[in-house]
Design a protein around this ligand. Sequence first.
Ligand code: ATP
Ligand code: MG
Ligand code: MG
Ligand code: MG
Length: 467
Amino acid sequence: MIRSVADIRQAFLDYFAKQGHTIVASSPLVPGNDATLLFTNAGMVQFKETFLGHESRPYVRATTAQRCVRAGGKHNDLDNVGYTARHHTFFEMLGNFSFGDYFKREAIEYAWDFLTRVLQLPPEKLWVTVYEEDDEAADLWLKHIKVDPQRFSRCGKKDNFWMMGDTGPCGPCSEIFYDHGEAVFGGPPGSPDEDGDRYIEIWNLVFMQYNRNASGQLTPLPRPSVDTGMGLERLSAVLQKVHSNYEIDLFQHLLAAVGELAGTSDYTNSSMRVIADHIRACAFLIVDGVVPSNEGRGYVLRRIIRRAIRHGHKLGLREPFFHQLVDALDREMGEAYPELRASKDVARKVLLQEEQRFADTLDQGMKVFEQAIGELTGTEIPGELIFRLYDTYGFPTDLTGDIARERGLRLDMDGFEAQMSAQRARARAASQFTADWSQNQAQSDLQSEFKGYETAQIQAAVVAMYE
Ligand code: ATP
Ligand code: MG
Ligand code: MG
Ligand code: MG
């Protein structure tokens, strides 16, 4: 049975509502309660204080479809987008939560019941992992649910101990994967080649038991709780019997809108896919109050917008196009997210402005890049070029990294750093000669608007890219 993304979202919420969960609206992408977090990256974020016991709610069970962005911070998927079948910068996470009410047994029973009875997924397509030390969860899966031990494994901390960030609620988890079949590369969870896209993780059941402090110490939460997260796009791919998230109805419609602008119907083209992905992140970030800027959240937004524009450039789009996709997005998601519908004009305007701002320097920068690459010996892009593109043409380093990767080239980031420190030293020296101020000022007025990024913010951007 084919179900639309909208149907699947609703079926999930209805199922958990029937099991006594209160349906709670998605919170914004900018976490209202947490300065340690760049963006809302999971369904549990809005419930963090409840898990910690600092806040009580009129319910002990909740269910949500939460908008998430993973483009920076601990869970950063920006560099996966366009390269895997399953990662987006923006996605929706379906979740059910227990605040000191039910624990492992019910969490596992609900998940299995929803997937195999309600959605009718064949159990032999599902693989399960638990944290290596979690005998209780292992027993529940093997003895109670009776999953086949051949499709069951125990994994280490990296995959099966979930943390929201460096601090905050955390605990061992159990994950459910869907096997997309032999035609797709990749080994089962826990195996050396698990990074392929054959076995795709769909649902993570986190048994919230601890709070982690800044020094890494774990203290037990007041009451053991449950936090689960399932990617709506990944589940939709499974139910619509397609492999890649980009083949689901919602993305096919967005891709059609991109294709109309770009004059192509090749929806497998990775630039097309990146643009379809990025319009969701960018429009929703603006709706949630982020504006493109040179620091913090605004700089992450600017980086994503510029990546999208660069992919448009690659498709031959030379006029502002990105903002035009907001209407298609609204048709797909405006009903589920009234805040998008209410602010879509703002989103369109802000995106257009950013496009106009980057248009000229992108084109010039690409020419400089192409020429330098033509003369390149070896496979490393010199720091001087990365710096020039950054400083004069407004190319965030991750954007240059994205172009480099397409051509099998690497970035000399040490060289880039050296250029950055040299520039900082020059700026310091110049600021000591106040008599030269007016002359410096006149000169800097002529310089590109991209000069003068703050040190801390450049470092943050570079760190975010390589962490
Ligand atoms: P993966 O290992 O595939 O990167 P994850 O382990 O980082 O996923 P979790 O933090 O466990 O993901 O998040 C819970 C669920 O959210 C995942 O099981 C998946 O269905 C979905 N999800 C996570 N990251 C993304 C993403 N970037 N795009 C789309 N869905 C995602
Ligand atoms: Mg991940
Ligand atoms: Mg994982
Ligand atoms: Mg996971």
